[in-house]
Design a protein around this ligand. Sequence first.
Ligand code: URA
Length: 240
Amino acid sequence: MRLDRLLANMGAGSRKDVRKLIAQGAVRVNGAVVRDCGFDVNEAADKVEAAGKEIVYREFVYLMMNKPAGVLSCGDGVPGVKEAKDLVGDDFGFYDLSPAGRLDADSEGFLILTNDGNFIHSIISPSRNVSKEYYIRTEGVLDEADCEAFANGVVLGDGYKCLGAHLEILKADQAGGVSEAVVTVHEGKFHQVKRMALARGKKVTYLKRISVGGVALDPSLEPGEYRELTREELAKLGAF
Ligand code: URA
């Protein structure tokens, strides 16, 4: 890879900034100053330093974010729209991040952000049936008939029959007319859980994704915080 590209990709500055650094003699490869922006770096083997700091090349990053409500998982490039990747700081913000699966703007919880397109495809591909777990609160009291209907595949308003889903009722408050539950689904249709609940006459008033593919959202992450997925978590998610 070209030296200027590697430095820019790793957040050492814009292409223009890193060219200046290189011209100033502030960049070393394997200890020797290199002033050629197009110098061919072996990113796996060469030691690259810019202004005395080692630049370790990584092609892909995988973040677990606790998405807050009020932020889109993906703004599709619409100017002025706040999206999840805007919450990523200087540590990973220079990567071209996209979400692996979406959450509604008013939903919270586990969102994977990565620059690995193949991984995104493998997570959202309907053929892989990656499980997603949601904690929900509803207006309307969930009951055993709802559990059965979810297990058999709820038919949505548009006639689509969902795959079987697991509904575990945590709280059914008859007096208050509200419920809490955990729903596990194996597909990711638009507004899926809200529409499933609605098809059973219940309105989801709060929704938080708490796990993806058997990997739980780290409880220490406050809304808007993120961390890298560990190797074990990535292995569970089928990254390698
Ligand atoms: N189902 C929904 O209805 N909304 C989400 O954000 C995720 C799943």
